[in-house]
Ligand binder design. Structure first.
Ligand code: PMP
Length: 353
């Protein structure tokens, strides 16, 4: 008998590479190419370090208030955490406790099965159709909960709110989590359904549309009851999840709606242009409503293009997994970055003919 037999053994989530070398075009983790709002920079620059002597506000009130106001909700309908990964992990622990399998698509955010395994939650993958769309009938069977990324990752495909609503309304006995990490780039949010469905939890993040992946802020919105249960688990785990600087910076971001609107519009415009260029170069992809494009080339294998890009210090993401091994996920960078990648692809594909 060794101590190792009693260790909780897990297969961890593998995040996209964060190269130490800054000299790369980094389009592999769906980060935002623009800086956070200048108001965020000002708050951090002027931050009074004396505040750090004290523990931060365990209720994260200032940020929960700002987010509630932004989304037209009550403050007791908002829960804030250390990135949406933290919020989702806490939500799985809180709401998926029935012993029945939870449901999520076969191709989706690859952290869902990691959390399910960590907590011992049984799960069943529901295959997306051949166009990477959700089949809503698959979510109308007995289950212990449902989690859907909308728009989905890594496909970029968005489901209409009405499709989500059919799934939510068909499952009054389960909590349905809609992960809206990418919704600000053109998806249809389920936030307007929160007043109607007590079992709906919508999760969003500051990591993509608010350019603050490094600050670690995510949040959940739902009925007062759901948020209370989530807080009970959080306060049984770690009362002080959000640092004082993150709270102040988060408030500054939420208060600068104009900057948020301007940068998301720029990314959407670059994405639409990149779609046209990729199509011209022989790539096919489902229509993306996110800050990335999930592309396969008509003739050249994804692994080969991925390797060529990487050798030229252009990082995208590729998974050697069933159904998606011939796709690459390309995050949307600045126009200049996309131009460099597109020019490389054009020359590479031509040279290969
Ligand atoms: N959900 C989805 C679908 C994602 O792609 C990501 C980013 N990896 C997250 C949640 C987590 O993002 P964060 O923890 O930075 O908020």
């Amino acid at each position: 008998m060794s101590w190792e037999e009693n260790v909780r053994k897990v297969v961890p989530y593998v995040a996209g590479e964060q190269p130490k070398n800054q000299d790369v075009i980094k389009l592999n983790t769906n980060e935002n190419p623009y800086q956070p709002s200048p108001k965020v920079a000002a708050v951090i620059k002027d931050f009074d370090c004396d505040v750090l002597r004290r523990y931060p506000d365990p209720d994260v009130s200032a940020l929960a208030d700002a987010l509630a106001k932004r989304h037209g909700l009550g403050r007791e309908q908002v829960f804030v955490g250390v990135g949406s990964d933290d919020v989702l992990a806490m939500s799985f622990l809180t709401f998926f406790n029935s012993g029945k399998p939870i449901l999520f698509p076969d191709i989706t955010y690859s952290f869902y099965d990691v959390w399910a395994d960590l907590y011992g939650i049984p799960y069943e993958n529901q295959p997306l159709d051949e166009n990477f769309c959700i089949k809503k009938e698959d979510y109308q069977k007995e289950n212990g909960g449902i989690v859907i990324a909308n728009p989905n990752a890594p496909t970029g495909v968005a489901s209409e709110r009405s499709v989500c609503e059919e799934i939510i309304s068909a499952n009054p006995d389960s909590v349905v989590i809609i992960d809206e990490a990418y919704v600000d780039f053109g998806g249809e949010s389920c936030v307007p359904l929160i007043e109607k469905y007590e079992n709906l939890l919508v999760v969003q993040t500051f990591s993509k549309s608010r350019s603050m992946a490094g600050m670690r802020i995510g949040y959940a919105m739902g009925s007062k009851k759901l948020i209370e249960y989530l807080n009970d688990v959080k306060f049984s785990f770690n009362s002080y999840t959000m640092g004082a600087i993150a709270i102040a910076a988060g408030v500054a971001s939420v208060e600068d709606e104009a900057y948020f609107a301007e940068t998301t519009a720029k990314i959407i415009a670059t994405r639409e242009r990149t779609k046209r260029e990729l199509a011209r170069l022989g790539f096919v992809f489902p229509d993306s409503r996110t800050n990335f494009i999930f592309a396969a080339h008509r003739t050249v294998p994804a692994q080969e293009i991925f390797d060529a890009l990487r050798a030229n210090r252009m990082y995208v993401r590729h998974w050697n997994k069933p159904r998606i091994a011939n796709h690459m996920r390309i995050s949307i960078g600045t126009d200049e970055e996309m131009d460099k990648v597109l020019a490389f692809l054009e020359a590479y594909l031509k040279g290969r003919q």
